[in-house]
Structure formats: structure tokens, C-alpha cells
Design a protein around this ligand. Structure first.
Ligand code: SF4
Length: 271
């Protein structure tokens, strides 16, 4: 991992994500290095041309005392959009923790989204917020598949344990079933495992982007060869998602879940 310390001009930035006003990315780059990551475009904008996504990390430096929690009252804040706030190196550099501590008195709605077991470190800080929820992002319960597509993230079982611990501490939680891999993501199994300790669900489809298509298809070819023609179809025909979307919708209604399906068909997508 190539690590650099870089001064950031700002640390809480306006967002173009629907329903999110500001995003907070304490790092540039992400140790998790997911093969489908939509944030890989950051390589171009941050002077990392030639670097490989998942193999560099800039630790942002910023005068955190400049953060004014009241400025965000009534707004919606998300940690994070182009990195994971609880990458392993957060344990050392603690940028996420330091930013959170500065925001404690805000009445903003704060959402934390992660694929990391290390999120439990900050439970005591989460408890000090008026309106905060923690989401765990998960696309599969299959340890082997997770290792292939999200090699640096915590194991699925560790993420679920973290979700449980956070919920048991009285913090609002959500399960973000994303990205949804057609015929691989067993969303019903994930729902069953999390039902007792999640307040709501979100679903997002796998977005094919020029940079991730060859990697995704290669993995499908190697590990699920019978699905390769199906994935090639999904890549070309967005209407195929509609069937999955209605199945999820019917299932969630049947179980009376609080849920949101964010199938964008190639449009906006986040970590
Ligand atoms: S998808 Fe999220 S966790 Fe994975 S590499 Fe991208 S930013 Fe990191």
C-alpha cells in the first residue's frame, strides 16, 4: 500500500447524490479495493495516474477545528462516498473519528456506511449524536466470493456481527445490500440473517462501468461460468433488472420491511 499524507482543501463537501447534502471522505483511495468500485475514477482526479485502485491511500490532513457542526443542522451527511470510513488504516490515522468528534452537536442526519468490522470502535461516539444511523454494505454471505470481489473488506460474517453489536447498543442500523450480483446475491438469506438487528434495508444493483466490466466478466467466467451469458445480457439490457426489482419489492412487502430499492441501471451509484 502506497501511503501519502496530503493536505485537503475541504473535508465535508457538497454532494450530488440524491437525498444527501454533504459527503465526508476522510481518505483518498480505499484499502478495500473492491473490483466493482465506482469510485475508481478518483485515480484521475487526485494525481494517482498509474496507481492501482486499492493500492494507494492519501491520508487527508485538515484543520478539523474548522468544522462547524451547526452549519449542517437539518442537512443529510454521509460517511463516505468514495472511500470507506473504517478502512484498517483508520485505526492508525483516525481521521473518521476526529471528524465525527467535531460533529457531535449537529442535528444533521448522519449516515455511516461501511464494509468494515472496525466501525464498532466508535459506538460510544455514535451514541452522542441526535440523529445517526450506521449501515453495513454487503453483497454476499459467501466468504469465498466476498474475498474475490472485496478483497480488503471485512468478512461478511464480521460485518454482520458489527451490525448486531451496533444495534444492540441502541443505534439505528440499516443493511445496504449492494452491489446486487444477479443470481449470486442471495438477498433473502441476508435479510433472514439481519432481520433482528436492522431497522431498514436498501438495495442497489451492480452497475457495469467501462473500467469494471472486464474484471466482473472475468470473475464470473472463472467462478460462475454458467452465468456468463446472463451477465453479458444484463450488461446490454437494463430492463432485465426490472424482474429482480419486482421480486425484491414483493419479498420486502411480504415481510413488512422498511426498504428502499435504488436500482439505477447505470446512473448514480455509490460505495
Ligand atoms: S466499493 Fe466502497 S469499500 Fe469498496 S473499494 Fe470502493 S469505496 Fe472502498
Amino acid at each position: 500500500m502506497k501511503i501519502a499524507i496530503r493536505e485537503a482543501k475541504s473535508i465535508i463537501t457538497k454532494s450530488n447524490i440524491p437525498s444527501i447534502d454533504f459527503v465526508i471522505n476522510p481518505y483518498t483511495g480505499c484499502q478495500h479495493g473492491c473490483i466493482y468500485c465506482y469510485a475508481e475514477f478518483m485515480i484521475r482526479f487526485t494525481g494517482h495516474k498509474g496507481d492501482k485502485w486499492g493500492e494507494f491511500l492519501d491520508i487527508k490532513t485538515f484543520d478539523f477545528d474548522k468544522i462547524k457542526p451547526q452549519k449542517y443542522n437539518g442537512k443529510r451527511l454521509l460517511f463516505s462516498s468514495v472511500t470507506d470510513p473504517y478502512i484498517p488504516l483508520e485505526l492508525k490515522y483516525q481521521n473518521t473519528k476526529r471528524i465525527l468528534e467535531k460533529l457531535i452537536s449537529t442535528t444533521a442526519h448522519v449516515s455511516i456506511l461501511t464494509k468494515s468490522k472496525f466501525v464498532v470502535r466508535d459506538i460510544d461516539i455514535f451514541k452522542k449524536f441526535d440523529d445517526l444511523e450506521v449501515g453495513i454494505s454487503i453483497s454476499t454471505l459467501d466468504e469465498n466470493f466476498a474475498k474475490i470481489v472485496e478483497k480488503g473488506a471485512s468478512r461478511p460474517i464480521e460485518r454482520l456481527d458489527a451490525l448486531k453489536e451496533i444495534h444492540e447498543n441502541g443505534i439505528k442500523t440499516y443493511t445496504f445490500i449492494s452491489p446486487f450480483f444477479p443470481y449470486i446475491t442471495d438477498y433473502k438469506a441476508i435479510v433472514k440473517k439481519t432481520l433482528d438487528y436492522t431497522d431498514s434495508y436498501m438495495f442497489e444493483n451492480l452497475n457495469f462501468r467501462p473500467h469494471n466490466v472486464p474484471r466482473i466478466l472475468k470473475i464470473i467466467e472463472n467462478h460462475y461460468p454458467r452465468l456468463l451469458p446472463i451477465y453479458q445480457k444484463f450488461r446490454r439490457d437494463n430492463s432485465l433488472w426490472e424482474k429482480i426489482e419486482s421480486e425484491i419489492d414483493a419479498y420486502c412487502k411480504e415481510l413488512n420491511l422498511v426498504y428502499k430499492i435504488e436500482f439505477h441501471h447505470g446512473g448514480f451509484s455509490k460505495s
